[in-house]
Design a protein around this ligand. Structure first.
Ligand SMILES: [Zn+2]
Length: 174
């Protein structure tokens, strides 16, 4: 990476951009490539393994994932206009989100998924993932639909989490 990419600030709940479905990407140009590079750098700067464009206040269907966190360049994936085309099994693991710092809860997800997406040049490709990669892709694609992991908790759990966040906001700790 060039090292002079802009690092975008990650917006936190309850920023309304997080609840808004992202717009489909239709232009695959140098600007998009630059944005994707900036998203990877912003994700690494925030110590994350996944970042969706709405999390940097850009309401578009773009997400970047690297479950190896820089260890394996092959695991660096940018998904543009992604869609889950197959799901299998079930996994229940703790999940976190850069837009919900400190909050970790168990979320039920498919164990394996197959995703169809476009790359930065607009070419369609497919990627299959299980375990952490499957979880990351489901979490990030949810962001593109305006869905956060706390929206996948029981009503009671979600209310408890929101009460906790509101308290943190009130104390100026959010
Ligand atoms: Zn997230």
């Amino acid at each position: 990476m060039s090292g002079n990419n802009k690092i975008h600030e990650v917006v936190k709940w309850p920023d309304p951009v997080l609840a808004k479905p992202g717009e489909k990407v239709t232009v695959f140009d140098a600007k998009l490539k630059k944005l994707v590079d900036e998203m990877f750098d912003s994700m690494y700067a925030a110590q994350g393994i996944g970042l969706a464009a709405p999390q940097i206040a850009i309401s578009k269907r773009i997400t970047v994932i690297d479950v190896s966190f820089k260890k394996n360049p092959e695991e660096r994936i940018a998904l543009i206009n992604p869609e889950i085309i197959a799901r299998e099994g079930k996994q229940v693991e703790e999940e976190g989100c850069l837009s919900l710092p400190e909050i970790r809860e168990k979320v039920s997800r498919a164990a394996k998924v197959k995703v169809k997406a476009q790359n930065v040049s607009g070419e369609w490709f497919e990627v299959e993932g299980e375990e952490l990669l499957a979880r990351a892709m489901q979490h990030e694609i949810d962001h593109l639909d305006g869905v956060l992991f706390i929206d996948r908790l029981s009503r009671l759990k979600r209310d408890l989490v929101i009460r906790k966040i509101k308290k943190l906001i009130k104390n100026g700790e959010w």
